[in-house]
Design a binder for this molecule. Structure first.
Ligand code: PMV
Length: 323
């Protein structure tokens, strides 16, 4: 029987950048994220005895199942199942958004594959499984605000939902460039860890920032949340720029949005920028200011701006033909 799961993307306020163990995907630091309602992936899995290899259909087209192997093999190892899997995945991220979908994709795959293999995993075990596909996927198992504990081994490196914050956060996504990214996060992370003299400083400050972020979310200090968000992103990007060879995802239009955000901050609007392994900028604000922030950003930039708020945890869909 086929099982279908839906998981939402998340954006890290405190970033994950760099693996201590590339096989298990153990990170050097904790990270803290917000799961978003607007963008998600639906994935169906069927372990089928008639298949001779794992098969993937992605957004309606056949695709290589190679990246799914570590997770599917882990599900087979845990469940004792030996069949290959038919995986069908559809990204419900607006086509122009250019947002990375690996977090939602691997969280949905973990849930659907575990369910189809008959594994009863709790949320912690599911987060550890999702981590095997993509680090950030460990956080998309949960809704709202989430912390991924770096841990020291496979058992202790998992995400968990944080208590609800008094803040009603909003994320504006400025779509600078919707095309494929020039270089994936996996290789770049490894190179940053290996060659950037700024990487140890990122690790030290980012780990402290995770604690500070959890505290500020708890007390509802938005200015602190925003400042920590920007710092973590900029320090991550600075560590890449200082690597050998140096690299940056910044494009001219990316910088234009950062400057627009600085300009709005100077005028007293509570907006803070963050950015991941691509040129698009995400702007964090609160429900109270989101309309004004969107309008102002739209005036200062040509980039389309999408809006999101906190989204739900990954879940199984009742209708197995939903996608
Ligand atoms: O999960 P990955 O391997 O796609 O890494 C993503 C890392 C960033 O998106 C850049 C930061 C993060 O914490 O999500």
């Amino acid at each position: 029987m086929t099982q279908t799961a839906r998981a939402h993307t998340n954006i890290a306020l405190i970033k994950y950048w760099g693996k201590r163990d590339a096989q298990l995907i153990l990170p050097y630091t904790d990270s803290v994220s917000l799961t978003l309602d607007a963008f998600y992936t639906d994935t169906s899995v069927n372990f089928d005895p008639t298949l001779t290899e794992d098969q993937l259909t992605l957004d309606g087209k056949p695709a290589s199942a190679k990246r799914l192997l570590p997770m599917l093999d882990q599900v087979r190892a845990l469940s004792g199942r030996t069949e290959f899997a038919q995986v069908t995945s559809v990204n419900h991220v607006p086509t122009a958004a250019g947002l990375a979908s690996s977090a939602s994709a691997f969280a949905a795959l973990a849930l659907a594959a575990a369910a189809d293999a008959g594994l009863a995993l709790d949320a912690t075990a599911l987060s550890r499984l999702a981590r095997r596909g993509s680090g950030s996927a460990s956080r998309s198992v949960f809704g709202g605000l989430v912390r991924w504990h770096r841990g020291v081994d496979d058992a202790s490196s998992y995400a968990e939902a944080l208590p609800a914050s008094p803040l009603d956060l909003r994320m504006l996504v400025a779509v600078v460039n919707a095309g494929p990214k020039p270089i994936g996060s996996r290789d770049l992370m490894a190179n940053t860890v290996a060659t950037s003299p700024y990487y140890p400083a990122f690790v030290e400050t980012n780990q402290q920032a995770a604690d500070q972020m959890v505290a500020a979310l708890g007390t509802g200090e938005f200015e602190k949340v925003g400042q920590l968000t920007q710092q973590s992103a900029m320090r991550m990007h600075a560590s890449m720029m200082a690597a050998t060879p140096p690299f940056t995802y910044f494009e001219p239009a990316t910088m234009a949005i950062w400057q627009a955000v600085q300009h709005l901050q100077a005028r007293g609007l509570p907006v803070y920028a963050t950015m991941d392994a691509g040129p698009n900028v995400k702007v964090l604000t609160t429900a109270e200011f989101v309309v004004e922030a969107k309008r102002e950003l739209q005036e200062l930039s040509d980039a389309p701006i999408l809006e999101a708020k906190a989204g739900p945890a990954a879940r199984l869909l009742e209708d197995h033909h939903a996608i």
